[in-house]
Design a protein around this ligand. Sequence first.
Ligand SMILES: O=S(=O)([O-])[S-]
Length: 167
Amino acid sequence: MACGENPNILEYRAGQAARAALRHEPNEERSTVDFLLDNWVLVAVAAGSGLMLLWPVISGGVAAGVDPTQAVQLINRDKAVVIDVCTPAEFAAGHVAGARNVPLDQLAERLPQVVKDKSVPVVLVCASGVRSRRAAALAKKLGYERAVSLAGGMAAWRAASLPVQRG
Ligand SMILES: O=S(=O)([O-])[S-]
């Protein structure tokens, strides 16, 4: 640190901080910016974590999930169509009564054939809610604005003691 007769502002501030540290005084000049610069790794990790948590909301890529009670309301009140995106074998083992089976890998191609009116609410269902979230996001991209995923899938549906149809 050069301390000539005319130190520049950085040298002046550095000198102030050093003198404050030697005197064990709180450094009045240390600002939030200094803290952020000194701890940039922590700040980056915190910002990254926050962004990852908010990403689904920011990107709009993940459709909202509904619980079984909300799904029943959509089905009964708003005449929602239930699309089960499981494999045919999973579907045969048990599905929401009245659901149509469109496996996830066929959804983009078949959903417009199965649900022609894109304004109708569509409840997407799978075994435990992972595929149905992806399916709901895809359905939204296809123009089904009211597509939702059944959070927790058939597991949540069964846990709520709601009727399961086989075959
Ligand atoms: O059905 S699942 O994709 O949630 S395992």
